[in-house]
Ligand binder design. Sequence first.
Ligand code: FAD
Length: 466
Amino acid sequence: MWFRSDLRVYDNPALMAARNQGTTCAIYFATPEQWREHDWSEGKISLVVAQVEALSRELAKLNIPLTVLRVERFADIPERLACWVRECSVTQVFFNYEYEINESACADAVTAMLHGESVPAWGYHDQCIIPPGQIRTRTGGVFKVFTAFKKVFLEQFPTRSRGIFNRPEMQHAKPFKGNSDALSEIPVERRWRSLWPMGENEAHDRLNRFIEHKINGYRDDRDVPSLDSTSALSPYLTLGCLSTTQCMHAAMSANYGRYQDGNPGVLTWINELIWREFYRHLMFAFPDICRYRPFKPETDLLPWSRDEALFSAWKTGQTGFPIVDAAMRQLLHLGWMHNRLRMVTAMFLTKDLFIDWRWGERYFMQMLVDGDLASNNGGWQWSASTGVDAAPYFRVFNPVRQSERFDPKGVFIRRYLPELAALDDRSIHQPSAAQARACGYPLPIVDHRLAVDSVKAHFKALSLID
Ligand code: FAD
């Protein structure tokens, strides 16, 4: 079993298939150079290392030895895997698909290399509830609008989705001893493990707690960042400690098995799982999004700004817009940001500062513990109005109005911007110049109204070209 972003023993189609074929051993490749090239954050790398350690312990309970090998890049994997296959007399290799360009090329190269060794390699879909490529328009095309995708997704869910796989049964004896020493060579920051404890048990506890205590209120509370009302499962899904199939079934079980009607909190959460699904299906159909290309190619003609000083103010939470700054400091502190605030900050960067969305996309990847190419790219292209089914360019969030609406008493702002804690509930969204100076807080780096007029003019000029 070749583990990748599927670091779990429960509901793992490839692992189950491997066990069904006989005695199983497992391998994982740590690829630090490739991770850096893919902008994996320090937090995400630390969590991956912790999760591989946890996985190794879970596999040991099943008598499945895990070998961890360190290579620098994906390109090194086929050769090393072929050697390991020979050393361990492996007769078949099982793995789950990944849909990003380099990951998918890596699996193709592995399959070809093993073919040369007369060892078949079998791929399985585990990342989506319905495998990508299977939800099609009536004419066989790809859905580019979420609501249409969702409608067909829900119609086809009973026939096209798979059931949940249990943990494979323990094998009688370990074929050999595993070795995960290579993990100790990878520098990790301990603080990430305390913020985000890893392990499948932890992921399931979080899922269960969410279903038990929060899902009922999810529809009403999910946009309020001070409430801790979302599942915070994204890092666990990104690493594959948990599957979206498991999440979907857990949500349905709280709604008497239903997924189209009933509990509004459950249905809203399922809607979010389907957004994740939508972006993955899009990436599968349009792999170019892995190459920083916009869905709407004409938007590449926009004269995006490359102002380093403004970009730096945004990154460090020094824009003078409290909700934006509090959100960016949440990202620095947790490696995670609330969904509403991801939209607010992404729109602020691309519309108020008119900075190239790819700068923001890359910075998010470099900071997030849940950095996921498909969802991150989807979110950024939505906010920048360069994507499919994106926010229309003329509907720009006003950061002050967003703040008043979703953090009315400034509870979230006060948590991350203690310098503003003493301001009253009204001024905290937009301190006056005198208040800002007194608090040692920056003045706004941009005039929202003027910026929006200018960005609309740029987009409008583009539609005239079109
Ligand atoms: P919940 O609200 O509990 O939702 C459950 C799960 O559904 C999430 O864990 C996630 O897997 C999925 N989900 C929820 N909302 C979305 C969405 N809008 N798009 C896709 N999937 C969704 N999500 C990532 O996992 N990784 C990213 O790198 C990422 N980057 C983003 C960048 C931008 C600019 C935006 C606007 C959104 C991004 N998202 C990303 C989507 C979303 O913000 C996070 O998935 C969500 O905030 C995670 O919190 P949660 O687990 O509490 O979500």
